[in-house]
Design a protein around this ligand. Structure first.
Ligand code: SF4
Length: 434
């Protein structure tokens, strides 16, 4: 057993990832040694990823309407969460949404659709979207996340140029039945295996804070090691109202950091991504987490809002990190900030407070169409949604004057408020947060 976290990092760097005993000790460690733990995990992070941060961008191709019953999910069967519900985005719209994220520094676009798994027709749609996105942006990586795959579908996605496939194991095998009854843990493992066999890079991670024990957290990471996941998103449960896990608040910012450190020390060279719920649970410790994780999602999540993408970029720049695929993170951040300010002015000179909830402008070259130079006017932001988008439940833009960014606010019991449901970006005619 290690004496100090530095000893543990030495041993991980010498080729012996943290074992179960060490991982449990990390999770059980006290707050007063938290910075020592982060420093140790940071040494490992920097060995494999230097000071780079990989930025990913989610495009929700199809929202809600799922027949499965995953207890954490706002899109599940029977969910009363008032999320956007819409069927498949057309290819042009998916490409347009993806390009907002690319303009914000993303090097990987994650194409996500709700449902148990895709039909062959759905796979064809995603293949077409991938070809469209990569045709115009050849350096971009595409990750598909479409649920349980049937025979031949992973191969079809790979042939179309999809680089990676996301299917999270989410939790420990011993905890899986507590959170889902409509498919099994093994179904998930099988899909990750079929993705890898087809040449797709497996992306599979966790949702933490769902009632699992520390032993089950470690068990889940052991399962991720077993399936050899290349990248590991760690989601922190967003306990949506209207889902079985509504009101489940088990995490503290310190615990979240310990979980990230545990994953880093068990899976030293794997891409570790801070994902959904980071704003709600890591709160003011978010910037510290980038010393352990090396990747994040920019802007909003599938059904809820993230913090402003500009704040994500601030966190990267202020931490002294660089963005994968970008020459200069600060230059990108400053360009987006200037563009957003210009956009605000073009919208009628709204004051700083009124503009605080505005998403930044984006587009190929950074133009939003309202005030950009002609050569920048490649991806107009404020176009109406094409026919067919939002067909099941048309999206509403946020009400004027409503504060849509409530992160950090607490209820009377001191718990964080539930997140703001996404009402912008894919499936709406409002500009995305990118
Ligand atoms: S996690 Fe996926 S499969 Fe489960 S309910 Fe949500 S959308 Fe459906």
């Amino acid at each position: 057993m290690f004496k100090t976290f530095d000893d543990l990092a030495d041993s991980v760097l010498a080729g012996a990832p943290a074992d179960r005993e060490a991982a449990l000790a990390v999770l059980a460690s006290e707050d007063d040694v938290l910075l020592d733990l982060v420093a140790a995990a940071s040494r490992v992070r920097r060995r494999y990823f230097g000071n780079s941060v990989k930025v990913n961008y989610l495009v929700n191709l199809k929202s809600g309407l799922c027949p499965e019953d995953c207890g954490y999910c706002s899109q599940r069967l029977g969910s009363d969460a008032e999320i956007l519900k819409y069927s498949w985005l057309p290819t042009d719209e998916a490409k347009r949404q993806a390009e907002f994220g690319l303009a914000g520094g993303a090097s990987r676009v994650c194409l996500v659709a709700s449902g148990r798994g895709p039909s062959n027709r759905d796979v064809g749609r995603v293949a077409e979207m991938t070809e469209a996105i990569k045709g115009a942006n050849p350096e971009t990586e595409v990750c598909a996340c479409l649920g349980i795959l049937k025979e031949g579908q992973a191969e079809r996605l790979r042939q179309a140029g999809v680089d990676a496939y996301n299917h999270n194991l989410n939790t420990a095998p011993s905890h899986y039945e507590e959170i889902c009854s409509s498919h099994t843990f093994q179904d998930r493992v099988d899909t990750v295996d079929s993705a890898r066999s087809a040449g797709l890079s497996p992306c599979s991670g966790l949702i933490v804070g769902m009632g699992e024990t520390d032993e089950q957290l470690v068990e889940a990471v052991e399962a991720l090691r077993e399936i050899d996941s290349d990248s590991i998103p760690v989601n922190f449960l967003i306990p949506f109202d209207g889902t079985p896990l509504e009101g489940t608040w088990e995490l503290t910012p310190q615990k979240c950091l310990r979980i990230l450190c545990m994953v880093r020390l068990m899976c030293p060279d794997r891409e570790l991504r801070i994902a959904g719920g980071r704003e709600l649970h890591l709160r003011s410790l978010q910037p510290l987490s980038l010393n352990v994780a090396n990747s994040l999602f920019l802007g909003d999540y599938l059904t809820s809002e993230g913090q402003a993408a500009e704040d994500d970029l601030d966190m990267i720049v202020d931490g002294g990190f660089q963005i994968v695929g970008q020459e200069d993170a600060k230059a990108l951040r400053d360009r987006l900030r200037a563009h957003r300010a210009a956009h605000r002015e073009a919208m009628g000179g709204a004051d700083a407070e009124a503009g605080a909830g505005l998403p930044p402008c984006a587009g190929g070259g950074g133009g939003c169409g309202s005030h950009a130079a002609p050569e920048e006017q490649q991806v107009p932001v404020e176009q109406p949604v094409p026919a067919g988008v939002g067909a099941a439940q048309p999206a509403e833009a946020p009400e004027a004057g409503v504060d849509t960014v409530r992160h950090g606010l607490r209820d009377d019991a001191g718990r964080p408020l539930v997140p703001t449901i996404r009402r912008r970006g894919a499936g709406t005619d409002a500009p995305p947060n990118s």
